[in-house]
Design a binder for this molecule. Structure first.
Ligand SMILES: Nc1nc2c(ncn2[C@@H]2O[C@H](COP(=O)(O)OP(=O)(O)OP(=O)(O)O)[C@@H](O)[C@H]2O)c(=O)[nH]1
Ligand SMILES: [Mg+2]
Length: 270
């Protein structure tokens, strides 16, 4: 879910990298981490199995510059692609502002891509989100390999409504930042519109409250309007990469962990 702080001009968006197992989601975050100025990104948090596969999620906070006077922060997350982690995939999508679908371009993996995309559609619906109305960018990854699914096939099967798509080689970083730029460009206006809607609701509520007070005809002192205030506390710089390994967690634990990380992310931005 997007977080906004008018006092500091911070706007934080949640971007989820989704796709089948081993398609290259974590590779995207690792490349971004190692190729971004340390002042503009946070720690890469990975909860993994012993085999490097994503167990619950990876998380990387990054700063994305200033747009319309808002300082943009992104909370980049990956889901675990392996079929049996369906519950984690659903939890990570809660409050998502933009999605990068990382497809594996190898021909034998066509079905795995289609199944994963269908899972994404169904998981979003469970959060009351229609896949056609959420900012989405396709990343057709592993274009360095042979025996590839043609881009037209991918677009016909996955992307009939024409979201942006990028051919990438995430392991070498080709197209990784381009993908991130595309999804940020798509997601920001949508998030800002959502915020404007919330503001309109607040204005409406205040008017009603004022009207009721006037009806009571008791002269009351006009109280100054409170500003939205989410506090961001700057975190110590130069923290080394932290890898947390978790053996077993319940669904509730995963959700609590996600809430805490989201809080930590917003609090750490000055
Ligand atoms: N040849 C090639 N290999 C890649 C590319 N991107 C990622 N890989 C490799 O694919 C494997 C899986 O990458 P990950 O990033 O761990 O995949 P994932 O999508 O996070 O996988 P799960 O966490 O299991 O869902 C690794 O061995 C990567 O090095 C690419 O563009 N080309
Ligand atoms: Mg992974």
């Amino acid at each position: 879910m997007a977080f906004v702080n008018y006092a500091t001009g911070n706007l934080a968006l949640k971007i989820v990298y989704y796709g089948p197992g081993l398609s290259g989601k974590t590779t995207n975050l690792r490349y971004i981490y190692t190729n971004m100025d340390a002042d503009f990104r946070g720690e890469l948090i990975c909860l993994e199995t012993d085999t490097e596969r994503t167990l619950f999620f990876d998380l990387l906070p990054v700063k994305a510059g200033i747009i319309d006077n808002f300082k943009i922060h992104l909370q980049l997350m990956t889901v675990p692609g392996q079929v049996f982690y369906a519950a984690s995939r659903k939890s990570v999508l809660k409050g998502v502002d933009g999605i990068v679908f990382v497809a594996d371009s190898q021909i034998p993996l066509l079905d795995a891509n289609l199944e994963s995309f269908d899972g994404l559609r169904r998981n979003l619906l469970e959060h009351n989100v229609d896949i056609n109305f959420i900012p989405l960018v396709f990343q057709y990854n592993k274009r360095d390999l042979d025996n590839l699914i043609p881009v037209e096939t991918f677009n016909n099967l996955l992307n009939p409504i024409g979201f942006p798509y990028i051919e990438t080689c995430a392991i070498k970083g080709k197209g990784v930042f381009e993908t991130l730029k595309e999804i940020t460009k798509l997601a920001i206006p949508v998030v800002k519109e959502k915020i404007r809607e919330d503001e309109r609701k607040i204005v409406g509520k205040e008017r009603l409250k004022k009207k009721k007070e006037e009806e009571k005809e008791t002269p009351k002192k006009e109280e100054p309007r409170k500003k939205d205030e989410i506090k961001f506390i700057a975190k110590e710089k130069g923290v080394p990469l932290r890898v947390t390994k978790v053996k077993f967690k319940t669904q509730k634990d995963i959700e609590d962990e996600l809430e805490n990380l989201a809080k930590d992310f917003t609090e750490s931005k000055e």
